[in-house]
Ligand binder design. Structure first.
Ligand code: AFP
Length: 325
């Protein structure tokens, strides 16, 4: 089986980017080990602190954030970091050529039930003019990413990654500690009958989403004339992994509860990297009003609505937005 290094070289990734990715993944392997120890190492449960989003931090959120921060800072390749668990950007090496954004532990409430969790990341070039503590360099659209992916800490530790030449899935071989290519050139089927959405938020959705999901629920008795099935992992990383493996769509749509939070998921380190992976696998990644990767961020923790997955089904969903506009 091909190793990660060979695939990155084949995809034309520059040496420094390959070294950065390997450094980041060394941190993820350490997170995988800590996660696997669970209660034996006392890493489960919550801290007494909240992150900038007002969410109570789990111990593993804090541990994972620290591991990635330390690893990337020491590498010298990175000028600055933005993380879900950091209020502000974290300055690193002023000579570093890259910016890294990450959610160190997506779905961390799943740690309580020994279910799927993961690390999501994106990498972009650091502008020369930028001071390491200047957040404005992170405010570039997702089309500027040079690499993105996630590491899924499940029954196997898996990596899904793109450098813009297709999406590839790798599995961590714990016997020698390397990621081996197990699903090259992932291709998401255009059609699907599987969708993922947190239906308990239904009353807060816009009319277009209400109408679309009502028609999915009506199944073969409704206008779609076929039955759909629903799945919800409560960790985007798990839901997107399913979509990459067998198709389907994942939605966290616009929510009317709080105008300052038009969606739940964060653009820089959740929506954009997943959009890059999905598009590179032939799927669509939309907010309902435009392509996710073309959204111009206004702040590092900005939230966006997301509709991701099988092309024909996302287009079907968007037709409801068009009809309601
Ligand atoms: P965390 O990154 O804070 O663990 O949140 C996970 C997440 O943002 C995303 O991965 C899930 O899809 C979503 O939350 C699930 O949240 P709800 O169950 O509240 O809808």
């Amino acid at each position: 089986m091909k190793r990660l290094n060979s695939q990155l070289q084949q995809d034309g990734a520059p040496l420094e980017l390959i070294l950065l990715i390997r450094t980041l993944l060394a941190g993820c392997k350490e997170i995988a080990f800590r996660v696997s120890q669970g209660a034996l190492a006392g890493v489960l449960g919550s801290t007494l602190s909240e992150n900038v989003q007002g969410e109570t931090q789990k111990k593993l959120d804090v541990i994972s954030n620290q591991i990635l921060k330390d690893t990337l800072r020491e590498s010298g390749y990175v000028k600055a970091i933005s993380s879900e668990e950091e209020d502000d950007v974290v300055p690193c090496n002023p000579e570093g050529n890259y910016l890294v954004s990450f959610d160190p532990l997506d779905g961390s409430s799943n740690t309580e039930i020994n279910s799927l969790i993961g690390t999501i990341f994106s990498i972009a070039h650091a502008p020369q003019w930028m001071e390491p503590s200047d957040p404005s360099a992170f405010l570039q659209p997702g089309t500027q990413m040079v690499a993105a992916g996630y590491v899924l800490y499940g029954p196997s530790t898996m990596l899904a990654m793109t450098t813009g030449r297709g999406t590839h899935i790798y599995t961590l071989d714990k016997t020698h500690g390397g990621f081996l290519l197990t699903q090259p050139n992932v291709s998401i089927p255009a059609q699907t009958t599987e969708y993922a959405i947190n239906a308990s938020n239904q009353r807060h959705w816009e009319p277009a989403m209400q109408a679309y999901v009502a028609d999915l629920l009506a199944g073969s008795d409704g206008p779609r004339e076929k039955n759909f099935n629903m799945r919800w992992v409560a960790a985007m990383v798990g839901d997107i992994h399913r979509v990459l493996c067998r198709g389907g769509i994942f939605m966290y749509p616009y929510d009317k509860r709080d105008p300052d939070k038009p969606g739940k998921l964060r653009l820089l380190y959740e929506a954009n990297p997943m959009a890059f992976l999905i598009e590179q696998a032939g799927g669509l990644a939309h907010t309902g009003s435009g392509r996710i990767m073309e959204v111009m961020p206004t702040e590092i923790h900005q939230r966006v609505p997301v509709l991701l997955g099988s092309k024909d089904e996302i287009e079907a969903c968007l037709s409801y937005y068009k009809a309601h506009s």
